[in-house]
Design a protein around this ligand. Structure first.
Ligand code: DQA
Length: 147
């Protein structure tokens, strides 16, 4: 049984009402419920945190190491394009992670094409709306089995 941690970055608590043309109508609660159900079905354990604060995400990543979390699915949201501190946290704990985005960041503004995470990630999934998380979970489960 693997423990998978899903981290959602800033403004993702507003999913459902936030720019629905870009991010869709599903709420964060909808996404988390779906992921939890899929994880239980596969016999794994899911933990979730959304935070608008960089330091909270950093501290959660540090704790994940002590707790023996096997895999992280991370949507760093706007921190994708800015946060060396979160990148360093992931490098420090050395837990494999998947970078995940609802929107196709490569189809949007120029600044969204830069990520501080992609080169450290096991893989990157973007552009499939809430399904990006489900695809990331599938990959995390299958990569956890390989261990
Ligand atoms: C996002 C894309 C980011 O560029 C943006 O800042 C977000 C959400 C996505 O899931 O598509 O907040 O990570």
């Amino acid at each position: 049984m693997a423990t998978i941690l899903v981290l959602h970055g800033p403004n993702l608590n507003l999913l459902g009402s936030r720019e629905p043309v870009i991010y869709g109508h599903a709420t964060l609660e909808d996404i988390n419920q779906k992921l939890t159900a899929l994880c239980i079905e596969a016999g794994h354990h899911l933990q979730v945190l959304q935070s608008n604060a960089e330091y909270e995400l950093i501290e959660r990543i540090h704790e994940a190491k002590n707790e023996g979390v096997n895999f992280i699915i991370f949507n760093p949201a706007a921190f994708t394009h800015t946060s060396i501190a979160l990148r360093d946290a992931l490098a420090a704990v050395d837990i494999p992670f998947i970078e995940c985005h609802l929107s196709n960041v490569h189809k949007r503004e120029e600044f969204r094409k830069t990520s501080y995470f992609s080169d450290l990630a096991a893989g990157v999934i973007c552009g499939f709306g809430p399904q990006s998380y489900e695809l990331a979970l599938q990959a995390a489960i299958s990569l956890s089995k390989d261990k």
